[in-house]
Design a protein around this ligand. Structure first.
Ligand code: MOS
Length: 744
C-alpha cells in the first residue's frame, strides 16, 4: 500500500467517473421491471382559469393506451392541506397538487396522465387529449404585478427576512453629495439540468414500492409521498444514486413523483414517467426580480448608506422567498443600511432555489451599483471594495469564523493582471474589438445540517461509507471516499461510498452548499465510531497486544491497528473484524453542527471575480475571454471536484450576464422558449479561459474546516462581466442578460 494519505485536499479523480462514462451509473429513468407501463403528462394550454371538460376519446383508442388519469377519476386523496406540507423544504402557502381539481394555476400544469405500454405510445396518446377551459387573463410579468407587491408574509423556514434597518439610510442618502440610485433587473431563468425530470416506481407487490426519482435528497420525496398518499413508510424505499444536474430544481418533490406513484398503486404495476424538455419549464425557476440599489459615499470612497429593495415573483399559491437583499447589509462596512424585500404574485409555477438563490441576484445588483459608484468617485473598483471591507457581519453583529476575502482580492488581481488595467471606459481596444475588464465580490453562507453517517469494514479490509445524501454531480461520492480512506488509513480503491437511498442513514436534502460539510463530517464521525468498535474487538482478542489501548494510543494504517508507541504491536483489520464475531464491523453516528459556535460566529464563503470581455463594436457581440475567480471557502476537500464546482458556477454566471432568459408570452402566459435551442445557455464557444484560485482559509466551524462550494462560484460572476461590458463600451446595462440589442 502506497503512502498516499491524506487523500483529503488532493485532486483525486471522481470515484464514480468510470461508472458515468461507461453508462453504468443508473439515473431515475433507467430502472426497469417486468410489466412496466409508461406515463406521459398532458399540459394545460391556458395559464389561469378552470377546466370545463377533457376529451379523452381519441387518446383512449390510441394504440397501447392502458389508462388515463385526470382530476375526475384519480384515486382518492386526503382533503386536508396538512399532508402536502410534509415536503422538508416547502415554502409557505398551499403546495401545488397535480390532478387535484379543475383549477388551472399556470400554463403547462398537468391536467391528465396517459398510461400506455410504451413511452412512445404514451407520448402520442397524450398529444391527442384536448380540453375546454374557462380562461381568465393571466399576469406573468412581475412588472405588471409590482403594484400589488407585499412583504407581510410568513417567513420561509431557514430563510432569514431582511435584517432591521441600522442608522438612517434615507436621511444620509438625501444629504449626500456623492450618490446613485438605480434599478436593476435580472431575467427569470430555468435550471436546465441535462437529466430530465423522471420517476420510476417499481411495484414490488403487496403495496411495497421502490421509487427511483430525480431528487437532491431521497428522504424528502419519501416523507412527502408517504404523507400525501397515506403510505406505510416501512413499505416505501426511495433511491436516487445518480443525478444528472439539479442546481436546486429537485430540492422539492415535483409532480412526476405524485402522479407516477398514484398510478402505480392504482394499477398495481411498475410505472415510469419522464417529463419532456418543454415540461421542465413548467416547474421551479429563478424568479423574475426587480431591484433598486441606492448608495452614498464620502469623497474618499467610504460608504455612508446602502439601500436595497427587491420585488420578486412568486406563484399565486405559494410564497417562495430568497434572502435577496440581505447580502447588502453584510458584504461592506456601512453604518446606515435599509433593506426591503417584497413578493408579487403572478400566474406561474412556484419559483425554486436555483444555484445561490437570492445571492446570485441581490449581490449582482449590489456589485453593479458598487462599480457605478467607483466611476462616480473616480476610484478603482477594487480599491473601493477594500476601502469598505467588512471586518464583522453587521447584519448579525458577529465576527466571521474566517474571512480571507482580502487574500482572494489580492491573489485574483495578481493572476488577472488588474493593475495593468486602464480605468477609463472605452480605453482598451484591439482592432474593432473593445476590451473591458471588471470585477465583483461574491458571498454565500457556509451552512451545515444534522446528518447521519455509517461506516462498515469487512474482514477483507474493504470499507463502505454511506449516508442518505445525494451526489448531484458535485463530487460527493469522491469526497466521502477520501474522508473514509484517510480515517482508516486505507487505499481509496478499498473504499466504497454509497448515497441516494432511504435505507441509508438520515440526511437532509443536499443543497445550500451544506452537503460537503454535513455529509463529510457525518462520515468522519461514523469512521471514528467504527474505529472504536474495531479497537474494542481487537482488545478482546486472546492475548491482544492492544489489550489496554484506547483510540489515542493507536493508529489505523496499512490494514492494521498499531500501538503508536510500538508499531510492532498490532492487530490486523481482518483479525479485529473476525474477533467481533460478525462478518463485518459497522458503526453509525450523527453529525450535529456546533450550535454554540454558530451563535458566536458568522460563517460565509467569499469570492473575488475578475472578468475580461471583448465586444465587437459594430455587431455588439460580447465574448467573455477571461475570468479569474478567487475563492475563500475554508478547507478544500478535493481540488479537482472543487474547481469543477466553481467552473460550473462561473459558466452559469456567464449565462446570467449574457444569455439566459425564460420568456413568457404575456397574452398566453406560456413559456415561449421552452427548449435548449431558444433558451440560450453558454455553449463551449462561449466559455474561454477560467482560472480558479482557492486561497488558504482556516475555519473552525466544523472539524473538517469545510465551508461548501456549490453556490459561491456563480455569485458575483454576472456582475463582474456586466462591469467589464461597461468598461469596454461605456454603456451601463442594468437589465440582464446583456443581449446585443441592449448594446447597439
Ligand atoms: Mo442549491 S440552489 O440549494 O441546489
Amino acid at each position: 500500500m502506497s503512502n498516499v494519505h491524506p487523500y483529503v485536499g488532493r485532486a483525486h479523480p471522481r470515484v464514480d467517473g468510470a461508472l458515468k462514462v461507461t453508462g453504468r451509473a443508473k439515473y431515475a429513468a433507467e430502472f426497469f421491471a417486468d410489466g412496466m407501463v409508461y406515463a406521459a403528462a398532458v399540459p394545460a394550454t391556458i395559464a389561469k382559469g378552470r377546466i370545463v371538460s377533457i376529451d379523452l376519446s381519441a387518446a383512449k383508442s390510441a394504440p397501447g393506451v392502458i389508462d388515463i388519469l385526470t382530476h375526475e377519476n384519480r384515486p382518492e386523496l386526503p382533503d386536508s392541506d396538512e399532508p402536502y406540507l410534509n415536503d422538508m423544504v416547502a415554502v409557505p402557502g398551499s403546495p401545488f397538487r397535480a390532478l387535484y381539481n379543475d383549477r388551472i394555476l399556470y400554463s403547462g400544469q398537468p391536467i391528465a396522465l396517459v398510461v400506455a405500454d410504451t413511452h412512445e405510445n404514451a407520448r402520442h396518446a397524450a398529444s391527442l387529449v384536448t380540453a375546454t377551459y374557462e380562461a381568465e387573463t393571466p399576469t406573468v410579468d412581475v412588472a405588471e404585478a409590482r403594484h400589488e407587491a407585499y412583504d407581510t408574509f410568513e417567513p420561509r423556514d431557514g430563510i432569514p427576512p431582511p435584517p432591521p434597518p441600522r442608522g438612517d439610510a434615507e436621511a444620509t442618502f438625501k444629504g449626500a453629495d456623492i450618490k446613485l440610485s438605480e434599478s436593476y433587473r435580472v431575467a427569470p431563468e430555468h435550471h436546465n439540468p441535462m437529466e430530465l425530470m423522471a420517476t420510476t416506481v417499481i411495484w414490488e407487490g403487496d403495496g411495497a414500492l421502490t421509487i427511483h426519482t430525480k431528487t437532491q435528497g431521497v428522504n424528502n420525496p419519501k416523507n412527502y409521498i408517504c404523507a400525501v398518499l397515506g403510505l406505510d413508510p416501512g413499505k416505501v424505499r426511495v433511491t436516487s444514486p445518480f443525478v444528472g444536474g439539479a442546481f436546486g430544481m429537485v430540492l422539492r418533490p415535483q409532480y412526476d413523483l405524485l402522479v407516477a406513484t398514484m398510478t402505480a398503486i392504482k394499477l398495481e404495476r411498475s410505472v415510469r414517467l419522464v417529463l419532456t424538455r418543454g415540461q421542465m419549464y413548467t416547474m421551479g425557476w429563478r424568479p423574475d426580480t426587480l431591484q433598486t440599489v441606492a448608495l452614498s459615499a464620502k469623497e474618499d470612497g467610504e460608504l455612508t448608506s446602502i439601500s436595497h429593495h427587491a420585488i420578486q415573483a412568486t406563484s399565486q399559491f405559494e410564497d417562495y422567498q430568497e434572502p435577496t437583499v440581505n447580502w447588502s447589509g453584510l458584504i461592506y462596512d456601512c453604518p446606515n443600511v435599509s433593506l426591503k424585500y417584497e413578493l408579487a404574485k403572478i400566474d406561474v409555477s412556484t419559483p425554486s432555489d436555483m444555484r445561490a438563490p437570492g445571492a446570485a441576484l441581490g449581490v449582482c445588483a449590489l456589485e453593479i451599483a458598487m462599480d457605478e459608484l467607483s466611476y462616480r468617485l473616480g476610484m478603482d473598483p477594487l480599491e473601493l471594495r477594500l476601502k469598505n471591507y467588512a471586518e464583522k457581519d453587521q447584519n448579525d453583529d458577529k465576527p466571521f469564523s474566517s474571512k480571507e476575502l482580502k487574500a482572494a482580492y489580492a491573489q485574483g488581481a495578481e493572476q488577472f493582471g488588474w493593475k495593468d488595467r486602464d480605468s477609463r471606459p472605452r480605453s482598451m481596444r484591439d482592432g474593432k474589438e473593445l476590451i473591458g475588464q471588471g470585477m465583483a465580490t461574491g458571498c454565500w453562507e457556509a451552512m451545515m445540517q444534522p446528518h447521519g453517517g455509517r461506516a462498515t469494514l469487512s474482514a477483507e479490509g474493504k470499507l463502505e461509507v454511506a449516508c442518505g445524501t445525494a451526489d448531484i454531480g458535485t463530487g460527493t461520492y469522491t469526497i466521502l471516499a477520501q474522508i473514509g480512506a484517510d480515517a482508516l488509513g486505507l487505499d481509496i480503491d478499498d473504499v466504497t461510498a454509497r448515497v441516494g437511498d432511504t435505507s441509508l442513514p438520515m440526511a437532509p436534502p443536499e443543497g445550500g452548499s451544506w452537503g460537503a460539510a454535513s455529509a463529510g463530517n457525518a462520515v468522519r464521525v461514523a469512521c471514528t465510531a467504527l474505529k472504536e468498535e474495531l479497537l474494542k474487538a481487537a482488545r478482546g482478542l486472546h492475548d491482544s497486544p492492544l489489550a489496554n489501548a484506547s483510540l489515542e494510543h493507536v493508529s489505523f494504517a496499512n490494514g492494521k491497528i498499531s500501538l503508536v508507541s510500538d508499531d510492532e504491536k498490532f492487530v490486523t483489520f481482518g483479525d479485529a473484524v473476525r474477533g467481533s464475531g460478525s462478518a463485518d464491523v459497522t458503526a453509525e453516528a450523527m453529525f450535529e453542527p456546533d450550535e454554540d459556535f454558530a451563535g458566536k460566529y458568522a460563517s460565509y464563503t467569499h469570492s473575488a471575480v475578475f472578468a475580461e470581455v471583448r465586444v465587437d463594436e459594430q455587431l455588439g457581440v460580447v465574448r467573455v475571454t477571461r475570468i479569474v475567480s478567487a475563492i475563500a471557502a475554508g478547507k478544500i476537500l478535493n481540488l479537482a471536484t472543487a474547481r469543477s464546482q466553481i467552473l460550473g458556477g462561473v459558466v452559469m454566471g456567464i449565462g446570467m450576464a449574457l444569455h439566459e432568459e425564460t420568456m413568457w408570452d404575456k397574452a398566453l402566459g406560456r413559456v415561449v422558449n421552452a427548449n435548449l435551442g431558444e433558451y440560450h445557455m453558454p455553449a463551449h464557444a462561449d466559455v474561454q479561459n477560467i482560472d480558479v484560485i482557492f486561497v488558504e482559509e482556516d475555519d473552525k466551524a466544523n472539524p473538517l474546516g469545510v465551508k461548501g462550494l456549490g453556490e459561491i462560484g456563480i455569485v458575483g460572476a454576472a456582475a463582474a462581466i456586466a462591469n467589464a461590458v461597461f468598461h469596454a463600451t461605456g454603456k451601463r446595462v442594468r437589465d440582464l442578460p446583456i443581449t446585443i440589442d441592449k448594446l447597439l
